[in-house]
Design a protein around this ligand. Structure first.
Ligand code: FEO
Length: 412
């Protein structure tokens, strides 16, 4: 009995699940686990696509051996050299010493940097547009730099219309027996993790992802085999549309994320008051997060999803509360752009945080439209703030209306 799934007539899934890892890349929480996907083609030649993280190497090697059923392994394609996929290269070379490795020139360079033992005579370098036939299946290779490392290549099986997409179209989350997107309720159970995976890992490289999407649009994709998460065989256009939004920093939805930094609950109360005011005005697509106990990867993901962002922060050491500053720094690092922002600031004396947040965004973030209306609290929300809070809620609603009108006009 083996953990193998049939993907197509002669293509098998030989990867696996990891429920033990708490932090992906030692930074992103993955409470639903993660998969390291690998595929094995049994054509005239046998071809293994990528390896897995070292942590699941034992079951992966067992899967490969089972599917090969005594055949030799002829080729191994390495699309991406990050160790969550390249961890078992040496084990494959040791067990199948006649295997030829196919990768990009930089892929082989990184292989040597990491210290894998791949000989020159077993290396085949591919570049954009190269094709290789393995028998019935002919593969086209495409370069995909910075999706997510510079050496990344994708491959496309022109016989079946299958795109091997490396990290692109992947997701956090363990599959636990399921394999295809239509075997899970992706929109309900997976989309948030797919967004959090993309936006935090590849989000910075939107223009590079756009390039890949353009290349992908030139071929007829019937299936996508990514290196993490489900294999896509239905609703491919729906998922590509998500990627178009994320790569171009276009919000998916009209809505508001209120991220607050509060030491004793007063700024939190103001954040909730604004949420109520927005809902009273009919805008119920509102989420509220405490930056102190929400992982920043979730804040980033929600920023990509929604059109409007409210930052509500206490003044701390005459500046921005560190957890809020961390969020702003991550927004900058990931190149997030094109959002409308409103500010709530709090300070019991010397309230400076609103100006500091605005200054940071003006200097470091692109196309962040900061609304003029601002609520300034002197320790806690009181009646004196009522007009400002109503004005802030009104201005958010008004800006949504304006954005909608602009979109409608440009669509005409
Ligand atoms: Fe899943 Fe960039 O590695």
């Amino acid at each position: 009995m083996y953990c193998v799934r049939k993907v197509q007539d002669d293509l098998y899934y030989v990867g696996g699940n990891d429920h033990r890892l708490a932090l992906f890349e030692n930074i992103f929480p993955i409470p639903r686990g993660v998969t390291y996907n690998s595929y094995l083609l049994l054509d005239k030649k046998t071809v293994l696509f990528d390896s897995v993280d070292w942590s699941i190497a034992k079951e992966y090697l067992r899967n490969v051996e089972e599917v090969l059923a005594g055949r030799e392994l002829d080729y191994m394609v390495i699309h991406h050299m990050e160790p969550d996929h390249a961890g078992a290269i040496d084990e494959i070379v040791l067990r199948y010493p006649n295997v030829k490795i196919i990768s990009s020139e930089q892929g082989f360079q990184i292989m040597r940097q990491i210290g894998y033992h791949v000989k020159d005579e077993q290396s085949i370098i591919v570049k954009e547009g190269d094709t290789i036939s393995f028998g019935k299946h002919e593969f086209l290779f495409l370069e995909a730099p910075m999706v997510h490392w510079p050496e990344v290549i994708l491959s496309f099986d022109t016989t079946t219309g299958t795109l091997f997409s490396a990290d692109a179209f992947g997701s956090f989350g363990a599959l636990d027996g399921k394999l295809f997107n239509d075997e899970v309720n992706f929109e309900r159970d997976w989309l948030d993790d797919a967004r959090r995976y993309y936006t935090n890992i590849v989000g910075k490289y939107g223009p590079f992802v756009e390039d890949v999407l353009k290349k992908a649009s030139t071929v007829d994709i019937k299936m996508i085999c990514p290196l993490h998460g489900p294999v896509w065989r239905t609703d491919i256009a729906w998922f590509i549309d998500k990627y178009i939004h994320w790569a171009t920093y276009e919000p998916e939805e009209e809505g508001v994320m209120i991220a607050y930094a509060s030491m004793y609950g007063n700024t939190e109360y103001a954040a909730q008051a604004l949420a109520s005011a927005l809902c009273e005005r009919g805008m119920t697509n509102v989420v509220v997060y405490d930056v102190s106990n929400t992982d920043v990867s979730q804040l980033i993901s929600e920023t990509f999803r929604l059109s409007h962002l409210v930052l509500a922060s206490v003044t701390y050491n005459l500046g921005i509360y560190p957890k809020m500053k961390n969020f702003l720094v991550d927004l900058e690092a990931l190149n997030v752009q094109n959002r409308t922002v409103a500010l709530i600031e709090n300070g019991s004396w010397a309230c400076t945080v609103g100006d500091k947040m605005e200054e940071y965004m003006d200097e470091n973030l692109r196309m962040f439209d900061i609304l003029n209306e601002r609520v300034t609290l002197n320790t806690s929300l009181n009646e004196a703030n009522e007009n400002d809070m109503n004005a802030l809620a009104d201005s958010i609603i008004e800006s949504m209306k304006k954005i909608r009108e602009i979109k409608e006009k440009s669509a005409e």
